[in-house]
Design a binder for this molecule. Structure first.
Ligand SMILES: Cc1cc2nc3c(=O)[nH]c(=O)nc-3n(C[C@H](O)[C@H](O)[C@H](O)COP(=O)(O)OP(=O)(O)OC[C@H]3O[C@@H](n4cnc5c(N)ncnc54)[C@H](O)[C@@H]3O)c2cc1C
Length: 418
């Protein structure tokens, strides 16, 4: 039973007297945004998350363009802006730690300004906005099997419980289980971009504050990123490799040894970083890859965020695509009684934005991780010539991609009480 009340009236919104029962897999960025809006539109929403709490992680992420407008509609933009990291500069150093060049970051405040904040700060705010609503969370659980039927999807959870839903939405990231169960193996959709990375935290031995320092040799990059003034920093070790060379083994010793071998001849403070790596309990290794799919839905299952169109961190646009995609998918589901029409409308609106941002990937890798000695020299000369000026504003291509979507307004909200 449901009591539906409207805040504003909008005849284009579908008013269902029996709200659709939706399962979302993943509670990081796309999942809670989607849950928030679907709940607002009167759907009955369950979110299943394999971790014990919303996915955190303090590495910095960017939110730009239409994604900021979505956060404004969710009434959290002010708090998101308060969490800004205020990174002051990105320095490039040589083997001895001497400065090659630095980019001073544009730290101006403004309505339109991009926001860089710790990922965990954003996921906490998004999660909080769904508390006290009709959204139900199942932490420490995940989808085990999915069976599509004419009018719904039968799901069994790892915890053993079976349940039937009208729709299942995969917001479970680049290595999405929902995608694998519905569309096939990840290898069919994952495009490896020629790099692998390792992220972990280490003590702030260089006393960094609001800044990042990076060291590169051909095809190798080491970074320390101080989000604000904390006692620890985020370390990234990125390397070029023809084929992915890392292990998903839960035994982190295997990965630690692999990375140590790859970086053992590097200069700067990389030897200390490798020592810290031996004790790091939060080591996270993965490929740098994009997810490219010909279609994001199949029957009554649809994907959103990294699960459908991860652009890779080289573009810095994964978060914005996840936020905007979730908002549009929810809005289209609320606007069309027929879910197939909603899925088509979601793809039509999102696809050009996704394509524009996925093509940004080339620029990012050549600046941060030049593959050859020639490319590295050219980059270093360019940096030295800049004399510590302000970081150049986004390129024309980046600006075009960041704004390659006019956010639809689905402002009429239908609340339901269950
Ligand atoms: C090191 C690094 C740096 C990055 N830097 C940036 C940046 O600067 N700017 C930027 O915009 N983006 C950046 N990104 C990318 C950004 O984090 C992602 O694009 C964004 O988080 C996508 O959100 P999502 O909700 O789609 O997926 P994810 O954040 O990957 O979340 C997926 C969620 O699903 C859960 N899950 C996974 N499998 C299951 C399952 N079987 N069952 C239930 N739950 C499951 C996970 O625990 C997680 O909570 C970076 C990513 C990394 C790894």
């Amino acid at each position: 039973m449901n009591l539906i009340s409207e805040r504003n009236s909008n005849p284009t919104l579908h008013r269902s007297t029996t709200p659709k029962k939706v399962l979302i897999s993943g509670a990081s960025i796309a999942g809670p945004v989607l849950a928030y809006w679907l709940d607002q539109y009167g759907f009955e929403v369950t979110v299943v998350e394999r971790s014990g709490e919303p996915r955190g992680g303090g590495y910095p992420i960017d939110v730009r363009g239409p994604a900021l407008t979505v956060l404004k509609h969710m009434e959290i933009l002010t708090e998101v802006r308060q969490q800004r990291i205020h990174t002051r500069r990105l320095s490039f150093v040589d083997d001895q730690g001497a400065l090659i060049g630095a980019l001073n970051m544009d730290d101006t405040e403004g309505e339109e300004q991009d926001v860089e904040l710790p990922r965990g700060a954003l996921t906490s705010l998004l999660y909080r906005q769904t508390l006290g609503t009709g959204v139900r969370y199942r932490f420490n659980d995940s989808i085990e099997t999915l069976e599509q039927e004419d009018e719904g999807v039968s799901v069994t959870f790892r915890s053993g419980a079976p349940e039937r839903f009208d729709l299942v939405i995969g917001a479970d990231g680049m290595h999405s289980r929902t995608r694998e169960l519905t569309f096939g193996p990840e290898t069919d959709f994952s495009v490896y971009l020629g790099y692998c990375f390792n992220g972990f935290s280490l003590p702030n031995l260089l006393h960094l504050s609001h800044e990042a320092i990076t060291h590169a040799s051909p095809g190798r990059m080491a970074v320390q990123f101080a989000v604000r003034d904390s006692d620890s920093v985020h370390a990234f070790l990125v390397y070029a490799a023809e084929e992915p060379t890392f292990t998903r083994s839960p035994d982190l010793t295997v990965q630690r040894n692999l990375v140590t071998r790859l970086f053992e001849h590097e200069g700067w403070v990389v030897p200390q970083m490798l020592q810290a790596l031996q004790n790091a309990d939060d080591l996270y290794a993965d490929v740098v890859a994009q997810i490219r799919m010909p279609a994001w839905s199949n029957g009554r299952v649809v994907l959103v965020g990294d699960a459908a169109y991860a652009p890779s961190f080289l573009t810095g646009q994964g978060t914005s695509l996840a936020v905007v995609g979730a908002y549009i998918l929810a809005g289209e589901l609320a606007s069309h009684q027929d879910v197939q029409i909603a899925f088509v409308a979601y793809e039509e609106k999102m696809r050009p934005y996704v394509d524009a941002n996925q093509t940004l990937v080339d620029g990012g890798s050549s600046l941060l991780v030049p593959r050859t000695a020639e490319a590295l020299n050219a980059r270093n000369q360019m940096l030295a010539g800049m004399g510590g000026e302000k970081s150049p504003p986004a390129t024309e291509a980046q600006r075009r991609a960041y704004t390659a979507l006019t956010l639809p307004e689905y402002r009429s909200r239908i609340r339901s009480t269950f």
